[in-house]
Design a protein around this ligand. Structure first.
Ligand code: AP5
Length: 216
């Protein structure tokens, strides 16, 4: 399976990708997570990316394409991948198309997670992530269950992303409308776009996603 999950910040891309990677045995490739790892490691890329991410802007296309080229070349991506948060611009989509040609593979589908704006805001306000394993939770809709352990056997170490504050969220939504929404038409014209209603419970969205992937 080679899939792109497209959707606004907070639409549920990461949550669904984390569930799907377990079911389908292909890795979630989240460019947001890759950038946050670089930030945590304090690399030159991480230091530069932090400024951009904290401002709710996009990291430069050539940097993102370099990150994706390296990630898709790793052995675990040979059987497929779920792209989450990439591509985000037309230039990234064109670059990805070229990389897939080089790899001799193609995308199975691009799935747009369609969601009401006010739900987005609630989802981002309550989002918490585990510092160690990266799993995404929500204080109301998806808290860790009793007995749910992190990868090291302890409790999840939850934190709120610095870009989930009100001002940065507003900026991220504006950037999404300007830079990423044009990809909906881009992939629709290529006949690759499928849409699902991303309002509803985790299990409902999950089921819609699996159903739309069955369509030929
Ligand atoms: P990134 O990390 O990719 O953020 P994003 O695209 O803004 O998406 P989010 O992670 O905010 O949301 P999501 O759709 O994954 O939702 P989630 O599943 O967490 O990027 C961050 C920054 O990095 C960017 O702003 C940019 O600066 C930079 N960057 C990244 N990629 C880049 C690129 N390609 N080019 C340039 N720059 C790039 O869900 C949200 C919450 O809702 C969670 O709490 C979850 O538990 C909850 N939830 C999810 N689904 C449901 C449901 N059905 N019901 C109830 N709650 C739900």
């Amino acid at each position: 399976m080679r899939l792109v999950l497209l959707g606004a910040p907070g639409a549920g891309k990461g949550t669904q990708a984390q569930r799907m990677q377990v079911r389908h045995g292909v890795p979630q490739v989240s460019t947001g997570d890759l950038l946050r790892e670089a930030v945590a490691a304090g690399t030159p890329l991480g230091r530069a990316a932090k400024v951009v991410m904290d401002a709710g802007q996009l990291v430069a296309d050539d940097i993102m394409l370099g990150i994706i080229r390296e990630r898709l070349a790793r052995p675990d991506a040979a059987r497929g991948f779920i792209l989450d948060g990439f591509p985000r611009t037309i230039a990234q989509a064109d670059g990805l198309a070229g990389q897939l040609v080089d790899l001799g593979v193609s995308l199975d589908a691009v799935v747009l997670l369609d969601i009401d704006p006010e739900i987005l805001l609630r989802r981002m306000a309550g989002r918490r992530s585990c510092r160690r394993c990266g799993r995404v939770f929500h204080v109301e809709t998806n808290p860790p269950r009793p007995g749910d352990r992190c990868t090291d056997g302890g409790a999840h170490d939850l934190f709120q992303r610095p870009d989930d504050n009100e001002e940065t969220v507003r900026q991220r939504l504006a950037v999404y409308a300007l830079r990423t929404q044009p990809l909906i038409e881009y992939y629709a014209k290529k006949g690759m776009l499928r849409r699902i209603d991303a309002n509803g419970t985790l299990d409902e969205v999950d089921a819609r996603l699996e159903a739309v992937l069955q369509q030929r």
